[in-house]
Design a protein around this ligand. Structure first.
Ligand code: SF4
Length: 187
């Protein structure tokens, strides 16, 4: 048995203070981030019309702090995958994700993005979670705007409860596990 296994962990006042500070910082950053989402709508198919409806005045996604779509991934932290993703598009979608700023989140909008939908064939990616880490899945073909807003609120709740650090250095790439799969699909 290693010595570290039998040595009791002693939390010093400095440790306790730092953990309290980290909790306060995390709560503040989580609150700020969940109400200032900059989305990148990767719209490929009919679900795109429903996205427009969510963004328009009747449902008004601006009420949730996600008003401005960004069409540069470097200015976005929320990837909305809206519609069918075929295998030819999968590497492009993955590159968009990799170019986005950290921290970042992914929402799968509609059944086509979530599971391929009724396109159960060789040309369509059977769910974007084969290449990306998805935070929230929104069901429906297409989902109603209310469902989209519900999914957005779930994401906000998740962001608010996450640990946020002032600087995240040396974090593992969450998409690394998907590289092999994508490479095999492209062969
Ligand atoms: S889920 Fe339905 S509405 Fe959305 S892209 Fe697929 S087929 Fe079109």
């Amino acid at each position: 048995m290693a010595e570290s296994d039998i040595t009791p962990v002693i939390a010093t006042r400095r440790d306790e203070t730092m953990s309290w500070l980290q909790r306060v910082v995390s709560k503040g950053l989580g609150w700020a981030r969940k109400y200032s989402l900059f989305s990148y709508p990767y719209a490929t198919a009919c679900c795109g019309m429903e996205y427009m409806s969510v963004a328009a005045s009747r449902h008004d996604i601006a009420r949730f702090g996600a008003e401005f779509p960004r069409f540069s991934p470097r200015q976005a932290d929320l990837l909305l995958v809206v519609g069918t993703i075929n295998l030819k598009q999968a590497p492009i979608l993955k590159r968009v994700y990799e170019q986005m700023t950290e921290p970042k989140w992914v929402v799968s909008f509609g059944v086509c993005a979530s599971s391929g939908g009724f396109y159960d064939n060789y040309a369509v990616l059977q769910g974007i979670d084969r290449i990306l880490p998805v935070d929230v899945y929104i069901p429906g073909c297409p989902p109603r705007p209310e469902q989209v807003l519900d999914g957005l609120m779930m994401l906000q709740e998740k962001i608010g409860g996450q640990v946020h650090k002032i600087a995240d250095k040396g974090q593992p790439n969450p998409t690394a596990a998907h590289h092999d799969l994508l490479a095999s699909m492209n062969k």
